[in-house]
Design a binder for this molecule. Structure first.
Ligand SMILES: C[S@@+](CC[C@H](N)C(=O)[O-])C[C@H]1O[C@@H](n2cnc3c(N)ncnc32)[C@H](O)[C@@H]1O
Length: 276
């Protein structure tokens, strides 16, 4: 039975079983972060499949995403690597975009920067953001993840201005015709989006692998459908993308997770109004 129409739905189950019940050509946007196959300890899911098996599984759910996504939809796929597993994001990307019948076209690659140090000419270096330090002589701290922007055709127009940043040098606004007089330029593909500072991980972020609400909000802005957006997250965890959908008053949100405990937390976060 297809789920009934409500603005925000959280569905408990295996996305491979739930996705086939969802309508074809329905969602404008999919933003998700699947399990990374890097041995992350989740409540119920075992994140340690052999690589080929993992990639085959990803192709299965990605085919369903393609089916339920509109022709002009965008699929933002967030995935990180680990120092000893640096190729994983690229292997997954190739599995979805290469071969005889590729599922998607890679339209943009974004870098979600979690932490950065800026050495501005006039000031002392400024460091911002958070990351998990690595104790190693050969690997450096990992301060970014990928957000692959996948579409059906590779030519979906985006709203670069709404997702953009103000000009540093305001004289550019009148100098360049393409600005149309607006004080916004394309932000580019490096998104510095730090995690919110929290006091207690167990209480404030009780999940091993969340992304920030602002990351999802940025995907919504750049896809450019505003409040008409119908958003899907087949690996919704503790509901970060649902909170983004609520913040941005999106037309519809569907989230799926295997783990009932995570969904209970997601519901609590939605009810609390703690939207960060
Ligand atoms: C990387 S986490 C997503 C976290 C989410 N973005 C958030 O901010 O809370 C991946 C999630 O996928 C869920 N999961 C694993 N296998 C699944 C499956 N077959 N169907 C649905 N959810 C699954 C796990 O329980 C986990 O919560």
């Amino acid at each position: 039975m297809p789920p009934t129409q409500q603005p925000i739905q959280l569905i408990h189950g295996d996305c491979l079983e739930v996705l086939p019940d969802l309508e074809t050509d329905h969602f404008d946007l999919v933003v998700t972060s699947p399990p990374y196959n890097l041995g992350i300890v989740y409540n119920r899911f075992k994140d340690t499949a052999p690589r080929d098996e993992f990639l085959g599984w990803c192709k299965q759910w990605a085919s369903e995403i393609k089916r339920v996504m509109k022709e002009d939809g965008s699929f933002f796929l967030n995935i990180g690597a680990a120092p000893k597993n640096p190729l994983l994001p690229h292997q997954l990307l190739l599995a979805l975009t290469d071969g005889e019948s590729p599922l998607f076209v890679l339209q943009n690659t974004f870098h979600w920067i979690k932490s950065i140090t800026l050495e501005l000419r006039t000031e002392k270096p400024v460091s911002a953001g958070h990351f998990k330090p690595i104790n190693s002589k050969r690997f450096v701290n990992d301060c970014h993840e990928f957000v692959f922007h996948l579409t059906k055709t590779g030519s979906i127009p985006l709203d670069r201005r709404t997702a953009g940043v103000p000009y540093q040098d305001k004289s550019n606004i009148s100098r360049w015709a393409h600005t149309g007089g607006h004080d916004k330029r394309c932000r580019g593909n490096n998104w510095f989006i730090p995690y919110e500072t929290i006091k207690s991980r167990e209480k404030n972020r009780p999940h091993p692998a969340t992304f920030p609400i602002a990351l999802v909000e940025q995907c919504v802005r750049i896809h450019g459908k505003g409040t008409q957006t119908r958003l899907l997250d087949p690996f919704v965890g503790i509901g970060t993308s649902a909170l983004a959908a609520k913040n941005q008053q999106l037309a519809e949100f569907v989230g799926i997770d295997l783990d009932q405990d995570y969904l209970d937390i997601a519901r609590q976060r939605l009810a609390d109004g703690s939207h960060r």
